[in-house]
Design a protein around this ligand. Structure first.
Ligand SMILES: [Zn+2]
Length: 420
């Protein structure tokens, strides 16, 4: 039993930001069992091991709803839009992940880096190789992370070395589901890359697999880029639009995660909302690859299920701080500026809920104890700015704009300090 003391920040029953300056979190069995005034909890639980984080913020860990771990080596590659970027940078790197040793080393490095930035849960793309998903599941399992991944399904319009077929893709995904889904905090995500790289047979196989294992996630891409959308309309001429392809194969359900989803028609947006699909906003990627401006505020007002994501390597940062800043910048471009409350909610509790993870993303009794210790004074720039802030919202917004991994001084995963 552990009692963490610090400036506790979370969300109340109305999903509004709430804080307790000298608060405490009692953790047992990886779950928050009590919270409130720190001194009071110290008196009530004399047997608990007290860890005092002083005036640092204790916050829920970040949720990254769309990220490609095998693209870490090609982050920050210059000068292409989506389809050329895949050909030139992504596919050559992804071709290496049939080698289990290489995949394991990359998975370890990816998780070390994401944790350093405060991301404690993620929905992650592996590559077409079952070994790549296996490597990440094992690395995440060792760290006891709540994480979903899946082997990419891709049976056409890609290099031979990255191609499966409808039957082998189904069988390998099923084997991975049986081995890893529900093991500890791990979950499986059926992962067709996007409509252009899966045949009709493969998309139909995805639906059959999902029918057989209805409690897994599905993750893919949707309406990221103009050339991509044109290509989809050529490949599936009978479909009314891009989303129509996924609808035709019954892949638009709750817990279906659609990365980007920038250029949606009114019909597509309505259909997504009615079917409960999740729109995953990838702002730094959309800016970096010049894909477009996602209308987060309008989608939120319309009641869409939303999440926030880095989309590394198209994204320019693993950090959810940078991702929130990107989301703010895009919303400012659209004249619909998001505030600190909305940004933090999307990066934690809101994203977690959209993914169906009702047990993470907040500091509240009953939640799994994925907790960040944030030092607002980690750099001189933030320290002076926080010193001039007059409200919690103002201080948090300044961190969203200015913070990086230096501000994440400690991370707890299911109550265990990562540095231990
Ligand atoms: Zn992506």
């Amino acid at each position: 039993m552990k009692l963490l003391l610090g400036h506790c920040i979370g969300f109340d029953d109305q999903d509004q930001l709430t804080d307790t300056a000298r608060g405490g979190l009692l953790i047992d069995q990886g779950v928050i069992q009590a919270m409130g005034d720190g001194a009071e909890l110290v008196r009530r639980y004399p047997q608990a091991q007290v860890v005092d984080h002083g005036s640092s913020y204790l916050m829920p860990g970040f949720v990254d709803a769309h990220v490609h771990y095998p693209q870490l080596p090609v982050i920050a590659s210059h000068g292409e839009q989506l389809l050329e970027w895949l050909e030139r940078y992504t596919f050559p790197e992804e071709s290496k992940y049939g080698d289990l040793d290489y995949a394991c080393a990359q998975a370890e490095q990816f998780l070390d880096l994401t944790l350093a930035y405060g991301t404690t849960s993620a929905a992650v793309f592996s590559t077409v190789h079952a070994t790549s998903a296996e490597a990440l599941f094992q690395a995440a399992g060792r760290r006891n992370l709540r994480l979903a991944t899946g082997k990419v399904l891709m049976d056409r319009h890609c290099p031979e070395s990255l191609r499966d077929d409808p039957v082998s893709g189904y069988q390998e995904s099923e084997r991975l589901i049986r081995s890893f889904h529900g093991q500890g905090r791990l979950e499986y995500a059926i992962t067709p890359r996007f409509a252009p790289t899966s045949s009709a047979e493969q998309l139909a196989a995805c639906a059959a697999l999902w029918d057989a294992y209805p409690d897994v996630l599905l993750q893919t891409h949707l309406s990221e880029n103009a050339d991509e959308i044109r290509w989809v309309s050529e490949l599936f001429p009978a479909s009314p639009d891009y989303l129509g392809v996924y609808e035709q194969f019954d892949l638009v359900r709750t817990r279906a995660l659609f990365g980007h989803a920038i250029h949606l028609s009114a019909r597509e947006a309505d259909s997504l909302r009615e079917r409960g699909g999740v729109l995953v906003h990838c702002p730094t990627s959309n800016l970096f690859l010049g894909s477009g401006l996602f209308e987060f505020q309008a989608h939120a007002r319309a009641g869409q299920r939303l999440a926030l994501a880095s989309d590394v390597g198209g994204g320019s940062a693993l950090s959810m701080w940078s991702t929130m800043l990107g989301a703010y910048q895009v919303s400012a471009m659209l004249g619909q500026a998001l505030d600190a409350q909305q940004l933090l909610y999307a990066a934690t509790l809101g994203g977690a809920r959209s993914l169906g993870w009702d047990c993470v993303g907040n500091l509240a009794v009953g939640y799994e104890a994925d907790i960040l210790v944030i030092d607002p004074h980690a750099t001189a720039l933030t320290s002076q700015r926080i010193g001039h802030s007059t409200s919690l919202e103002e201080a948090l917004f300044a961190l969203i704009v200015l913070a990086d991994d230096r501000h994440v001084s400690d991370v707890y995963v299911a109550g265990q300090r990562v540095s231990d």
